[in-house]
Design a protein around this ligand. Structure first.
Ligand code: PMP
Length: 441
C-alpha cells in the first residue's frame, strides 16, 4: 500500500475504505462498518444513493466547471432557490463554498464588511461560546472557543471572546427551572457585550444544537429567542452555525426552526453535500446582502471552487431527496427510536450520565460517577478507547474528549444516515453498548 498521503494522524495508516452502500462502509480487507455517525454527521442519505449518483452523472456529462468570476450555473441557481425556500424567514441570499470552515470564514468576513459598508467600522469583535468549534481555517479557528486548539496558533486573526455554553446537564442550578436557566445562559451574552462595549462587536456565533464539542446538546427552550433579542438590542449580527446540525439532521431542515429563531447569517455544510461532494453554504438576509449590493457592490471574498456545478448538483439532489422522500418526518421517527433504544440499553449504565439530542443527532455523556457527574480523568482517554473498541467491532461513532473546563465528561456523538432502519438502530446501540462496557466497566 502506498503511504504518501499526509493524513490527520501521522501515527499510522488507517484501513483503506473502498466501498459504501447504504449505512455501511467496507474496507479493502472486506470488513464491514456500520456508519453510526455519518462519518462526522455528513452522510445523511447513506452511501451510494442512486439519485445523487444519477444527478452527478448528468451534471458531469453537461458541465463540470465554470468559474464564478464569469458565470453562474443552473445547479447553483436551483440549489440557492431550494435553500432559500426551506430556510428561516428573511434568508434571501446563498453564498456557495466548499465546506464548513469556508462557510464560517465567509460569514465572519461578510459580517465585517457589512459593518464597514454601513459606516460602523469599529465593530470588529466576535463573541462565541466556550468550548465551541466552528472550523479550522484561521478565522473560523479564531471564532471557536477551544483553548487548546486556539493556543497553538495564537495570536489569532479575529478578536473573539467566549461566554458560557447553553448546557443544561452541566450548568443548570439545583432548583432552577429550564426556562430560568435558558435566560441566565443567554444573559451572559448581554453581560459580555456590555463589558466589551456593544458597538465594538459585529457578531455572535453559536450552534443551535452543539455537535462535535459537546455531543448533540440542544439549546434549551427560550435560549435562542433571548439571544436573538439581545443581538437586536445591541445591533449585533447573529450567526447560527448549522454546519453539523443543519440539513435535516435534527428533524428540521434547519435546526433553528425548532427554536423559532431566524439568524442574520446561517452556515451549513456537511449534510448538504452528504459526502458526495465538498460543499458548504452561507445564507444571508436581504438586509446584509443589500448593504453590500448598494454599497461597494462586491463581497471581498471568493474561492476558485465556490459554486462548483458538480457540488451544487449533488447538493440539489440531496435537498430534493430530503424533501421528496419525506425524510424529515423519518428522521424524527427514527431519532425517537434511537433515543428510546439508547435509554433502554444504556439509561441505567453507571457511567452514562446523560443521553440527549434531537432527531438523528444524539449524544451520550460518560462520567466516572453518575451521582456527582464527575468526569473520567482525561488522561484515561475514554473517548479514544470507545472509538477504537467500536471501530474494531465494525461501528463508526464519533467520540470526543472531556473538555477545557475540566468538568464535562467524554461523550459519543451519533449521527447515522437518515435511512437507518430499526434493525440497524438496534445493532448500532448494541455495538456501542459493548464498546462502552469494554471501556468503562
Ligand atoms: N462548524 C461546525 C459546527 C462543525 O462541526 C464543523 C466541522 N466539524 C465546522 C464548522 C467545519 O467544517 P469543515 O470541517 O467542513 O470545514
Amino acid at each position: 500500500m502506498p503511504d504518501h498521503v499526509f493524513g490527520r494522524s501521522t501515527r499510522g495508516v488507517p484501513p483503506v475504505a473502498v466501498r459504501g452502500e447504504g449505512c455501511y462502509l467496507f474496507d479493502a480487507a472486506g470488513k464491514r462498518y456500520l456508519d453510526g455517525s455519518g462519518g462526522a454527521a455528513v452522510s445523511c442519505l447513506g452511501h451510494s444513493d442512486p439519485d445523487v449518483r444519477a444527478a452527478l452523472h448528468r451534471q458531469l456529462d453537461r458541465l463540470a466547471f465554470a468559474h464564478t468570476g464569469f458565470f453562474t450555473s443552473e445547479p447553483a441557481e436551483a440549489l440557492a432557490d431550494a435553500l432559500v425556500a426551506a430556510a428561516p424567514e428573511g434568508m434571501e441570499r446563498v453564498y456557495l463554498v466548499s465546506g464548513g470552515s469556508e462557510a464560517v470564514e465567509a460569514a465572519i468576513k461578510l459580517a465585517r464588511q457589512y459593518f464597514l459598508e454601513i459606516g460602523q467600522p469599529q465593530r470588529h469583535r466576535v463573541v462565541a461560546r466556550r468550548q465551541s468549534y466552528h472550523g479550522n481555517t484561521l478565522g473560523a479557528l479564531a471564532a471557536g472557543g477551544n483553548a487548546w486548539r486556539r493556543a497553538q496558533f495564537a495570536p489569532l486573526l479575529v478578536e473573539t471572546s467566549h461566554i458560557v455554553r447553553c448546557y443544561a446537564y452541566r450548568e443548570q442550578a439545583a432548583g432552577e427551572s429550564l426556562a430560568d436557566y435558558g435566560r441566565r445562559a443567554a444573559d451572559a451574552l448581554e453581560e459580555e457585550l456590555l463589558r466589551l462595549g456593544p458597538d465594538t462587536v459585529m457578531a455572535f456565533i453559536a450552534e443551535p444544537v452543539v455537535g462535535a464539542t459537546a455531543g448533540a446538546v440542544p439549546a434549551v427552550p427560550g435560549y435562542l429567542p433571548r439571544i436573538r433579542e439581545i443581538c437586536d438590542r445591541y445591533g449585533v449580527l447573529l450567526i447560527l452555525d448549522e454546519v453539523m446540525c443543519g440539513m435535516g439532521r435534527t428533524g428540521r431542515m434547519f435546526a433553528c426552526k425548532e427554536d423559532g429563531v431566524a439568524p442574520d447569517l446561517l452556515t451549513v455544510a456537511k449534510g448538504l453535500g452528504a459526502g458526495y461532494q465538498p460543499i458548504g453554504a452561507l445564507l444571508a438576509t436581504g438586509r446584509v446582502y443589500e448593504a453590500i449590493a448598494s454599497g461597494s457592490g462586491f463581497f471581498q471574498h471568493g474561492h476558485t471552487y465556490m459554486g462548483h456545478p458538480m457540488a451544487a448538483a449533488a447538493a440539489l439532489a440531496v435537498v430534493t431527496a430530503i424533501q421528496e422522500r419525506d425524510l424529515l418526518a423519518q428522521v424524527r421517527r427514527r431519532g425517537a427510536r434511537l433515543d428510546a433504544r439508547l435509554r433502554e440499553v444504556l439509561g441505567d449504565h453507571p457511567h452514562v450520565g446523560d443521553i440527549r439530542g434531537r432527531g438523528l443527532f444524539r449524544g451520550i455523556e460518560l462520567v466516572r460517577d453518575r451521582a456527582t457527574k464527575e468526569p473520567f480523568d482525561p488522561a484515561l482517554g475514554i473517548h479514544r478507547r470507545i472509538k477504537a473498541a467500536a471501530f474494531a467491532a465494525g461501528l463508526i461513532c464519533y467520540p470526543m474528549g472531556g473538555t477545557i473546563d475540566g468538568r464535562s465528561g467524554d461523550h459519543v456523538l451519533l449521527a447515522p444516515p437518515y435511512i437507518i432502519d430499526d434493525g440497524q438502530i438496534d445493532d448500532l446501540v448494541a455495538m456501542l453498548a459493548a464498546a462502552i462496557e469494554a471501556t468503562c466497566p
